[in-house]
Design a protein around this ligand. Sequence first.
Ligand code: FAD
Length: 447
Amino acid sequence: MIAIIGAGPAGLAAARAIALAGFAVTVIDAAQKPGGQYWRHRSTVDGYKATRSEKYFSTVMGNPLVTYINGAQVWSATRSEKSIYINYLQSGVEKRLTCTDLILTTGAYDRSLPFTGWDKPGSMTPGAAQALLKGHGVIAGKSIVISGTGPFLLPVAVGLAAGGAKVEGVFEANSPLRWLRSPLALLLNPEKALELLYYLKQFRRYSIPVRFGKAVTEFTGHSVRISDVNSDMTIKKTNVREIDCNVIATGWGFVPDITLGGILGCNQVVDKDGTVVFSVDNNQRSSIENIWIAGEATGIGGSDLALAEGHIAGLSVIGKRIPFSLNFSKFRKRLFARALQVSYPVNPGWKKWLNRQTLICRCEEVSCGQILDSVEELKAEDARTSKLFTRAGMGLCQGRICSRNVAEIIGESKELRVSDSERIAYSNRPIAAPISLGTLGDGISSK
Ligand SMILES: Cc1cc2nc3c(=O)[nH]c(=O)nc-3n(C[C@H](O)[C@H](O)[C@H](O)COP(=O)(O)OP(=O)(O)OC[C@H]3O[C@@H](n4cnc5c(N)ncnc54)[C@H](O)[C@@H]3O)c2cc1C
């Protein structure tokens, strides 16, 4: 039996390829509706190429070959020589699914950087603001500032403005001129220019101001301080300005969600930008024979790349040949993904925004000063040792949000580069979601 964990673009494309070839497949996802981060859409929210998802939804939802298990959070997985056992929680009950072949398409989540006031109510990631809007029809605030880096800021701003929020501005830390460094990627992906035009039109329609080389470096709860930043992301002394708003959405790209593949032992590598991703072959096969991985978990590249990779994984798992056109489409989109890394780097100067009081681990309320003290006074060498002294990374999110920042703050204070092994260590955790002892004790019902 073939199973897919994740019903985002990659998972749906894989399921579609498998079902169209006449094979049965089970798709499992934590969310109530299919679509992943990108397509969790409601009919009331417009978006670029929003109707594209319909062909994936209809093949998957209306197809007797596809079993769709929703609202099912996979908390762990194990494997024997021939089978993979997927343990998940559904409505508070622990269940198990056994499969012979697995495609992991677990996606990514927002990357956050700390700044003064990022722990105040009203501060959130663009992904959270978008999830509230698309998933629940809720507009996060009346007046919203969006800041950080990357093209994802554009659909969030447009979605919120279309939903009725006043978007006070989009403050992009990097310069658009950085795109000139990737001419081949632009040449091979002309459709991206149309996407940009679409967003420019929407920005004009909703009168959303966009500024480059700027970032939110402080939030009071009802206003933000915008600073001009250099290309290394240190603050220029001049032109600090304040804007009133009740919500600030800041995002610095995405972090691939590698937890489940890590638990199953799939090989990981550190990408050029410091994120940890799975290493897969041309057919999306992981280092474990009967596990394939596609989409953002193999590197951030956008929904088009996720669709191509999911399609390839789906064909590969049923032993079908991958058409040249599909491989070429993936190549083009991978090139564009590289250009995204070049155009929207998160350079190390952000650490200069911090002061000793800035919280770095919000779950356990650990400040920058406490982390630096653990290095200087208690001789912590890395994020793991600092965690033992300070509890940074020991809260509910298990370091998903802060551990990279903690490691990079420590690396800078010691004037050392964070090693690849440390990056892989802080990116992995032994269980994928919290489970209570009571639920665990009640046992598993197999499916
Ligand atoms: C918050 C956020 C919002 C985004 N919005 C946009 C946008 O508006 N426009 C755009 O172009 N791109 C957007 N992106 C980028 C977009 O996510 C990707 O390009 C695309 O959705 C990636 O597809 P995917 O299938 O790899 O992963 P995803 O779409 O992230 O899907 C992964 C799926 O796996 C499921 N999953 C993960 N772990 C588990 C588990 N343990 N148990 C059960 N299920 C699990 C998740 O519930 C999710 O449905 C967004 C990304 C994020 C993180």
